[in-house]
Design a protein around this ligand. Structure first.
Ligand code: FVH
Length: 300
């Protein structure tokens, strides 16, 4: 260490898949001592060459450092990898994707074993890890004290956003954002299918499509405002009634282009159901209530 260098927190990384390897590498590059373990030991070879210490077992890796980060395939793999491992006094940060219920159960499991617990939901793909301008970040929830203690270290691979003391919240935010992403992917898939058989350059079309999706993104804020206020009718620009009236055009166009409407139809069915409940003058915020089976404010 150079005379002015600050000692960096040592990190144990369990799981060296695409994401675990990227995380471990980011800490190594930033000067953190890193101990790694992977079920299939050969996956540690490259990182060993980059300075990681390779543990022979998960137990040995956990014993090496207070801060233990886990990024495995799924919740069951966490159970299998950590069976019988002593977690006493560890700061366990679990970045394995799971449900909110799994995260809450995992927090209780960790506490029973004498560990502090933070859950994380990674909003990035491996190439974004360790690249500050890439826009990747991780939702964290659970112990605020633990988050604050390791905030700087956790901020090395990607940005950090703490979303609450409920350990299930990081997973909930993660799944909510990814669900919105899949909705967008579904729309992109349908749009490309519509033009697929025509003499249209997909790249030129993609530029228009991407700009349109960006222009529509503020809908998220408008929906939030309506859900908070309960006012679904003031200043509605595109009423549900008008939009439902337009749906046959979308379905007929799909049919004429030889495209299955299977991605659009469920959303249109929800719109029609909302209209049938009397929401014709509203915008689409009422669909949220319909999905959650809450009584929409129009009925109260
Ligand atoms: N990669 C991505 O794009 C996404 C981005 C957002 C977050 N996800 C989540 O991150 C978790 C890990 O994903 P990954 O990309 O690293 O996944 P793989 O490359 O498939 O590596 C899986 C690792 O899990 C180990 N593993 C699986 N089962 C077990 C088990 N029973 N016991 C111990 N380890 C297990 C596997 O080990 P091995 O197959 O090499 O022996 C890998 O280390 C995941 O939750 C994503 O949803 C990634």
């Amino acid at each position: 260490m150079t005379p002015n260098a600050v000692e960096q927190t040592s990190v144990t990384m369990l799981g060296l898949g695409a994401m675990g390897s990227a995380l471990a590498r980011a800490w190594l590059v930033a000067g953190h001592p890193v101990t790694v373990w992977n079920r299939t030991p050969t996956r540690a070879t490259v990182l060993a060459g980059e300075g990681a210490r390779v543990a022979a077992s998960a137990a040995e890796a956990v014993a090496a450092n207070t801060l233990v980060v886990v990024c495995l395939l799924h919740d069951t793999s966490v159970d299998e990898a950590m069976a019988g491992v002593d977690l006493t006094g560890r700061d366990l940060v679990n970045l394995t994707t799971g449900t909110p219920a799994q995260a809450r159960a995992r927090a209780a499991w960790a506490h029973e074993r004498g560990a502090r617990y933070l859950d994380g939901g990674i909003m990035a793909v491996p190439p974004m890890i360790g690249v500050p301008d890439a826009g990747g970040f991780v939702f964290y929830s659970g112990s605020r004290e633990l988050f604050d203690r390791h905030r700087e270290t956790l901020g090395v691979p990607a940005g950090t956003t703490f979303v609450g003391e409920d350990p299930g919240f990081a997973a909930l935010y993660d799944v909510a954002l990814l669900s919105a992403m899949y909705g967008m992917f579904a729309g992109i898939t349908h749009a490309f299918a519509l033009i697929r058989e025509e003499d249209i350059d997909p790249a030129a079309f993609a530029a228009l499509l991407a700009d349109w999706l960006v222009a529509m993104a503020p809908t998220a804020h408008q929906t939030a405002d309506r859900l908070r206020s309960g006012d679904y009718t003031t200043d509605v620009v595109s009423t549900l009634g008008m939009q439902v009236a337009g749906t046959p055009t979308f379905l007929r166009t799909a049919e004429q282009q030889g495209v299955s409407a299977e991605l659009l139809s469920p959303y249109f069915a929800l719109m029609r159901r909302c209209l049938a409940e009397g929401a014709g003058e509203e915008d689409l915020a009422g669909l949220v209530d319909l999905l959650t089976r809450r009584t929409p404010s129009r009925a109260s």
